[in-house]
Design a protein around this ligand. Structure first.
Ligand SMILES: Cc1ncc(COP(=O)(O)OP(=O)(O)O)c(N)n1
Ligand code: 3NM
Ligand code: MG
Length: 503
């Protein structure tokens, strides 16, 4: 069984590196990522300005608002729309843009051509880092929120300024003069045609695609297409998903993410919120709102995946557990005392029922200390124990199936030795990569050593955070961290093996 030395004595270099990284990060003022939403108010608070405020709050981003219309609506539908006069929209824009410049502007309901023109004028005067356009036209209950007269100003003025536009199928069809959209291939052609109008990126949302079982969105960046698939969550509480998706993309961009990762994170957040709110009951109508602030619920105890958790990643080892006569639980306690920031249970030889019991016991300890607990290989054990996620290799279950089974909130790590594997891990919805063996190891048979060069190549080929693995100990930890690639976030230590092999 695994035995972990407390870190201060056994791994002083790692402590030093950690402290140094914290000092380097020290800043005297905190920059607050800020999204300005230019949209309509929804009295039912499922969509519009109210959804945008909640989505930004949930994502940790400041949100200011310019209100373009006040709607009377609820879970039954839209009872009335009152458009804010164009010059007062201009005044709200000036108030915000001149004094508290946002990183990103996101647009929702823009109910008149005059308002679209006013907005474009303001953005020329006060440029922002990114513009996210959700071309809202019709409410899900079928009420027109911006009529066809708006289309020319969208095409001629707003879309050419946009960094991303996120139409649903009806909006996509309207923007392209009524083309029918029935297949994913139609969505790809439409994304390309909208891209030709001028926005840098297009996300065509396929939630309404009739024949498909999964929800598929098509993303096009002018060069490549990406398909985002998610299983359909059966719930009437879908009001506001479009606003929330676009606002979350804006929030992630405001935090500094690249466009593709922002879209990916936004999709996962909406999926998680939908899944948490599938059974809530608000109102008597057909379509209820979703619960954006799911993270505040008491039953959601795990904090979201933070790449910094990879810093000191400790793995248990079943052979060593046997040799040292200590339980997995004791090993995990010692690892946490020693400073481990993630624990992986890698128990290749225990019975399933023993593995599950150990996972449940370790999870209690990990939760108390706020340390994520991951299960190696065994998605069944991760699900049954409600662990925080899994680590899977190239010969384990493919990561996209693991994601489908575990849902959007769990952590998934994938072992990658090549840029191609790293690319696939990203597409499949992984949260991090384990890359190695950096050095030769005795812990895994027939394992190819990729060296520091191989590790660097994998890191540079991916947007995902990476933890280095394989033969890492006191003597070489510093050399690995000094590779100097920003997404190399930590080291994996199989400490007992090091005791046997190195110390
Ligand atoms: C963080 C991390 N990286 C890589 C591995 C190895 O996983 P895999 O390739 O599936 O090999 P096994 O560990 O299952 O033998 C890992 N466990 N953790
Ligand atoms: C489990 C495992 N996977 C590897 C990979 O290269 O994917 S290396 C490895 C062994 C890690 O243990 P140690 O730190 O004792 O070498
Ligand atoms: Mg495995």
């Amino acid at each position: 069984m695994a035995y972990f030395y407390p870190l201060p004595s056994s791994l002083p270099n790692l402590r030093f590196l950690h402290l140094k990284a914290m000092q380097d990060d020290k800043v005297s003022k905190v920059r607050v990522p800020h999204v300005l939403t230019v949209a309509g108010s929804d009295s039912g608070a499922g969509a519009g300005i109210q959804a945008d405020l909640k989505a930004c709050a949930a994502r940790g981003v400041y949100c200011s608002t310019v209100i373009t219309a006040v709607t009377a609506q609820n879970t039954v539908g839209v009872q009335g729309v009152n458009i804010v006069p164009e010059d007062f929209v201009a005044e709200q824009l000036r108030s915000i843009l001149s004094d508290m410049p946002p990183n990103v502007v996101k647009t929702g309901m823009l109910p008149s051509t005059g308002i679209v023109k006013t907005l474009c004028q303001s953005l020329k005067e006060f440029p922002v880092q990114a513009l996210v356009v959700d071309p809202v036209m019709v409410s899900t209950s079928g009420h027109t929120l911006a009529g066809p007269s708006i289309l020319d100003s969208f095409r001629e003025e707003l879309l050419p300024m946009a960094d991303i536009v996120t139409p649903n199928l009806k909006e996509t069809s309207a923007l392209l003069g009524g083309v029918p959209l029935e297949t994913i291939s139609d969505m790809r052609s439409a994304a390309k045609a909208i891209h030709d109008i001028g926005p840098r990126n297009v996300l065509v949302k396929g939630g309404d695609l009739p024949a498909s079982l999964d929800a598929v969105d098509v993303f096009y960046d002018g060069n490549d297409f990406y398909e985002f698939r998610s299983s359909r969550i059966m719930t009437p509480n879908t009001h506001g998903t479009g606003c929330t998706l676009a606002t979350t993309v804006a929030a992630e961009l405001a935090k500094g993410s690249q466009m593709l990762s922002a879209v990916k994170v936004a999709k996962r957040y909406v999926e998680a919120a939908l899944s948490y709110s599938k059974n809530i009951v608000i109102g008597g109508g057909r379509q209820g709102p979703m619960d954006h602030l799911l993270k505040l619920k008491s039953n959601v105890q795990r904090r979201p995946f933070d790449p910094c958790d990879l810093f000191l990643y400790a793995v248990t080892d079943s052979r060593m557990n046997k040799k040292w006569g200590r339980s997995i639980v004791d090993a995990v306690k010692a690892a946490i005392e020693g400073g481990a920031s993630t624990i992986q249970l890698r128990e290749k030889e225990v019975e399933t029922s023993d593995f599950l019991e150990a996972a449940k016991a370790c999870l209690k300890i990990c939760r108390v200390h706020g340390v994520p607990l991951l299960i190696n290989d065994r998605i069944d054990v991760a699900l049954a124990s409600d662990a925080d996620g899994v680590h899977i290799g190239q010969s384990d279950m493919p990561a996209h199936f693991a994601r489908a089974l575990l849902g959007p909130e769990k952590i998934i790590g994938v072992s990658c030795k090549t840029p191609e594997q790293a690319q696939q891990a990203w597409i499949d919805g992984a949260d991090y990569i384990g890359s190695g063996g950096v050095y030769p190891t005795n812990t895994k048979e027939n394992n190819k050593t990729i060296g520091l060069d191989g590790l660097k190549t994998v890191c540079l080929s991916s947007k995902l955070p990476v933890v280095a693995i394989g033969g890492i100990g006191m003597s070489n930890a510093q050399a690995v961290m000094e590779l100097g690639v920003p997404n190399l976030k930590g080291l994996l230590l199989c400490l007992l093996c090091l005791i046997g092999n190195v110390y």
